[in-house]
Design a protein around this ligand. Structure first.
Ligand SMILES: Cc1ncc(C[n+]2csc(CCOP(=O)(O)OP(=O)(O)O)c2C)c(N)n1
Length: 567
């Protein structure tokens, strides 16, 4: 895949150099959509024997979500592209989600020629200003000769320190100008994330080890940073050494198998329960790992209560540490290296396992869940759907959850049975309509496992056009639509926080199975809970795209008032 392109000339065109720079960084898949300003780039992709796959999408937002899903499960940089103007404004939502979620996604938007700037040229847009606040790093190219250096800088920015998104605007004439072949080189290790690991300050390791040794009830609270750093083995070794419970954020699921006796599950106001919260409340030391201690995870900085426990905060990004809690020991480092150093510092310690409190919390939480999951009520209860889905899927399979009912229910009750990214959601901005496209990316990232996207009908309305992409590539992805004809999560907020004064949250019923069938997706509509398990199993076993439209009860009781966590 990485062997040089056999064209003898000493110079390449800018577009050819872009293709070569992507290949030099180990890129295998590009998600995107064509446009007038992209014609030289597409021609270079058509002509050169680069070995990369181009996945043609039906809008740029979904191209970016696909790149994001691909990066989340593969630890490689996800790449998406689109044309100028609308192509840039449409790619933006996916890019900002990736950036805020610390996912390395590179977006390339082609642009009007440098020579046409400032002349009311169709689709002209200040891409530099537009993308700057939304990305970790961005550039607008003015000269073809800058292409190699710019791409090297972008890959470096995306995969070092706190990972994030990068954006490059590639004008039409820059794609046609010359680039010296000798300048076209890249370091493929920068295409993997994290590409460079930073070790912790030994003094801080010593201080943190001392706190851990003296704590009676230490608890780990792990966010997405731990999963990105692939620090699971080091975390589990340390937690077992200390017999310390491990709780996670939604993005941190996959830090530990939730079947591990010390695994608490998700905490916070979206996916947490009173039982999981109680474990955090009992702690006398909380170790945040790769976690920003934001409003959802900490239920507006109340769990843990400020001052109730000592705090060690481990993060690769110094700017996240000490923002929300007074920190007793900051550890600014790669999570794998820092947890490894703590294991070394505490190598003499092996506390007997004491997991009774975690077992009690989990037993109580799942007793409530199981009662609802056994219900034969119609419309089908979301708990029943989650239970049937976990029976139908294996531990390695991937589930992508949209906001609405899917994210809190799956993150609370779908058991993540291994380490690594097998259940994920777009937690930074939580835009509806992410899961279908992200599942396409996840499939390309890990084609050997089954991928399932679970969405509300609100989300379905925001992504249905991509069904054609799934059909065109015959992707064996299963989509599950929770049909309730309502923006249910918001309606639940109106019920719990605003006296049931429902306003503009109900929409009409759609037959999603029929819509999907019109695209060529094999579909099921399920109203009877007794038939749900079989429909899911058939859909999952089918070799192409499938959709199960589940007529579900709107969730109207299952959330805290909005003011509890966003105000
Ligand atoms: C792009 C976008 N617009 C609005 C919202 C606010 N929002 C959060 S949850 C939700 C309702 C989701 O409805 P649906 O997808 O039907 O799922 P349900 O809650 O009914 O299960 C809305 C509108 C959002 N998250 N994203």
């Amino acid at each position: 895949m990485n062997k040089p392109v056999d064209t003898p000339a000493a110079t390449l065109t800018g577009a050819e150099a872009v293709v070569e720079m992507l290949r030099a960084h180990g890129v295998e898949v590009i998600f995107g959509l064509c446009g007038d300003t992209s014609l030289p780039l597409y021609d270079a992709l058509a002509r050169l024997p680069h070995g990369m796959k181009h996945v043609l999408t039906r809008d740029e937002r979904h191209a970016a979500y696909m790149a994001d899903g691909y990066a989340r499960v593969s630890a490689k940089v996800g790449v998406c592209e689109g044309p100028s103007g609308g192509g840039a404004t449409y790619i933006l939502p996916g890019l900002v989600e990736a950036n805020e979620s610390s996912i390395p996604v590179l977006a390339i938007n082609t642009d009007v020629s440098v020579s046409s700037r400032g002349r009311f040229t169709l689709t002209e847009l200040d891409q530099k200003a537009l993308m700057k606040p939304l990305t970790k790093w961005n550039a607008v190219l003015d000269r073809s000769a800058d292409i190699p250096r710019t791409f090297r800088a972008a890959f470096n920015a995306m995969t070092t320190g706190r990972p994030g998104a990068a954006h490059i605007a590639l004008p039409f004439d820059v794609q046609n100008g010359p680039v010296e072949r000798a300048d076209v080189w890249g370091d493929p290790s920068l295409g993997l994330c994290p590409s460079r690991r930073v070790a912790p300050d030994p003094y801080c390791v010593e201080m943190a080890a001392k706190l851990l040794r003296n704590a009676r009830r230490p608890v780990f609270l792990c966010g997405g940073g731990l999963v990105i750093a692939r620090a699971q083995d080091e975390l589990i070794e340390l937690a077992e050494r200390l017999s310390a419970p491990v709780a996670t954020t939604i993005s941190g699921q996959g830090s530990i198998s939730e079947e591990h006796p010390l695994a608490v599950g998700v905490v916070g106001s979206n996916g947490g329960t009173p039982e999981t919260r109680s474990i955090v409340d009992q702690a006398d030391l909380v170790v945040f790992v790769g976690c920003r201690a934001g409003s959802v995870t900490t239920e507006r900085w109340r769990h843990p209560a400020p001052g109730a426990a000592k705090v060690v905060h481990l993060d690769v990004d110094a700017e996240t540490v000490g923002v929300n809690y007074k920190v007793d020991v900051p550890l600014i480092a790669d999570a794998r290296l820092a947890l490894g150093a703590l294991n070394e510092a505490l190598s003499d310690l092996k506390r007997p396992r004491e997991a009774a409190a975690v077992l009690k919390a989990k037993t109580e939480k799942f007793a409530k869940f199981n009662a609802l999951a056994a219900s034969n009520d119609r419309p089908i209860k979301p708990e029943r759907l989650v239970a049937e889905l976990s029976k139908a899927l294996g531990p390695d399979d991937i589930v992508v959850a949209d906001p609405g009912t899917p994210c809190p229910y799956l993150s609370a009750y779908y058991p993540v049975r291994r380490t690594g990214r097998t259940l994920f959601s777009n937690r930074a901005h939580g835009a509806l309509g992410y899961a279908m496209a992200a599942s396409v990316g996840a499939h390309f990232g890990r084609p050997e496992v089954k991928t399932v996207a679970v969405m509300g009908d609100g989300s379905f309305g925001m992504c249905a056009g991509e069904l054609e992409t799934l059909v065109r590539y015959k992707l064996p992805i299963t989509m599950v639509v929770i049909r309730n004809a309502v923006y249910g999560w918001i309606k639940a907020g109106q019920k719990t926080g605003y006296g049931g004064r429902y306003f503009s949250v109900d929409f009409g019923v759609t037959d999603h199975a029929k819509v999907a069938e019109a695209f060529g997706v094999k579909s099921w509509k399920v109203e009877d809970p007794a038939k749900l398990g079989a429909a899911l199993k058939e859909a999952i076993a089918f070799g192409g795209p499938t959709l199960v439209d589940v007529v579900c009860q709107p969730l109207q009781e299952a959330r805290a008032p909005v003011s509890e966590w966003v105000a």
